[in-house]
Design a protein around this ligand. Structure first.
Ligand code: ARG
Length: 458
């Protein structure tokens, strides 16, 4: 079959070349965006008198028919037609005859594919923001129930200072909040319209790019046609934002895996969200968070992949850029799948508050408060730190926690210790004492919760 661009050729394309260069296998995902862009383009061509009104209407009707057929999967895409753009043009020709050939007036596949990608990414970015919010909402709900649940906070994975479980969970809320901001910021640049750039240099036809931009909901047009068809920064930015979202999901997953281990037993994931072992009957495995953690790798891979594709490309369009799509689609699907699971995974997990509290009691994570206690009584903090360090060493050597030391033992390290030290050392009081803005005390966490909730769409 003759190619759309066959005029200049004397031979049919080699079959291997055809298969190797075709993108229809994956860019069919852009079918709707491609038609959306074509509709705006053809209306503009008609309105500007570049093609006849009747021709424009015939093309518009034809495109609508194809759109319906695509929705009911009543179309056949062919590798011989290379990509989604030429497949749709062929379908249009079958539908309305040779007038279909007028659609590509004042346009190139280069500005067309870039426009499709902008449209696709806008839609996906908006829906991912909603998915992120659903996760944030699940976090807020869990946090509300656990303002007073205490667990050891860790640094270096060593017990450091006790914190409220709500506070710990809400740390992830803010990560996802920044992720949302990054995605929203990306929309500013996704909302630039490339269409009208032609192959690279603009067009001889009197087009109205502003009209197309308004019709498609873009904020502005690319001011430079060469940049318009060469730019994939907006895809890189999205992949970078997606990578960071996956990093956050992965860190949270790692904690869920640790917490649900026999060693911690801080939480239990719902049976519906775990899987078993084919040999060990007792096993209940946290496969979901493990896969969330594991899938982070492919998203990072796609980011590095695209950066590498772009780094040596001369302006303007190069076929290399067709490699922008599969990684992007996979990233979007990976992210949607992850966020969709994460919300119910968090909502359904059981929190073993008593186990957490016991862990916070059976350690030395109240030692900082003991140093603060002496510092409040005028001992320079550095000196207080040294005294408490020696006291902790003494306690460890004698198999006791700080709350189990006698008054005499305390006094042996500093005469400033009084009996109120015991109250001070209880995990509840250690947590309650951290009232500073953004701290873990219940009032501070409550204020944080209110702020978090106010950022969610009601
Ligand atoms: N399938 C191509 C891509 O995804 C569309 C643009 C083709 N342009 C060209 N000059 N060959 O990049």
């Amino acid at each position: 079959m003759e190619k759309l661009w066959g005029g200049r050729f004397t031979k049919a394309t080699n079959e291997l070349v055809e298969a190797y260069t075709a993108s229809i296998g994956f860019d069919r995902k852009l079918a709707k965006e491609d038609i959306e862009g074509s509709l705006a383009h053809v209306r503009m061509l008609g309105a500007c008198g570049i093609i006849g009104k009747e021709d424009a209407e015939a093309i518009e009707q034809g495109l609508m028919t194809i759109l319906k057929k695509i929705e009911t999967e009543d179309v056949e895409f062919r590798v011989e037609d290379e990509d989604i753009h030429m497949n749709i043009e062929r379908l249009l020709t079958e539908e309305i005859g040779p007038v279909a050939g007028k659609l590509h007036t004042a346009r190139s596949r280069n500005d067309q594919v870039a426009t499709d990608l902008h449209l696709y990414l806008r839609k996906k970015t908006q829906s991912l923001i909603q998915h992120l919010e659903a996760v944030q909402r699940a976090i807020v709900e869990k946090a509300k129930a656990h303002v007073h649940t205490i667990l050891p906070g860790y640094t270096h994975l060593q017990r450091a200072q006790p914190v409220s479980f709500a506070h710990h969970l809400l740390a992830y809320f803010w990560m996802f909040e920044r992720d949302k901001e990054r995605l929203k910021d990306g929309l500013k640049r996704i909302n630039w319209l490339p269409l009208g750039a032609g192959a690279l240099a603009g067009t001889t036809f009197p087009i109205d790019r502003g009209q197309v931009a308004r019709a498609l909901g873009f904020d502005r047009i690319y001011p430079n046609s060469v940049d318009a068809v060469s730019d994939r920064d907006f895809v890189v930015e999205f992949l970078a934002a997606a990578s960071l979202i996956m990093a956050h999901i992965s860190r949270l997953s790692e904690e869920l895996i640790l917490w649900s281990s026999q060693e911690f037993q801080f939480i239990e994931l719902d049976d519906a969200f775990c899987t078993g072992s084919s040999i060990m009957p007792q096993k209940k495995n946290p496969d979901v968070p493990e896969l969330l953690r594991g899938k982070t790798g492919r998203v990072y891979g796609h980011l590095i992949g695209l950066l590498t594709v772009l780094k040596g490309l001369p302006l303007a369009y190069n076929k290399d850029m067709q490699e922008d799509k599969e990684g992007l689609f996979d990233t979007v699907e990976t992210l949607e799948g992850a966020l969709r699971l994460l919300a119910p995974l968090l909502a359904t997990m059981t929190v073993h508050g008593e186990r957490m509290r016991r862990a916070a009691l059976n350690d030395y994570s109240n030692a900082t408060d003991l140093a603060d206690y002496l510092a409040e009584k005028g001992v320079p903090f550095r000196e207080a730190h040294g005294i408490i360090g020696r006291l902790v060493l003494y306690a460890i050597q004698n198999g006791k926690y700080l709350l189990e030391l006698s008054m005499d033992e305390f006094k042996a390290f500093s005469p400033l210790f009084e009996s109120d030290v015991y109250e001070r050392l209880k995990p509840e009081n250690v947590v309650a004492a951290r009232k500073s803005d953004g701290g873990t005390a219940p009032e501070a966490v409550q204020a944080q919760l209110e702020l978090a909730e106010s950022l969610l769409t009601p």
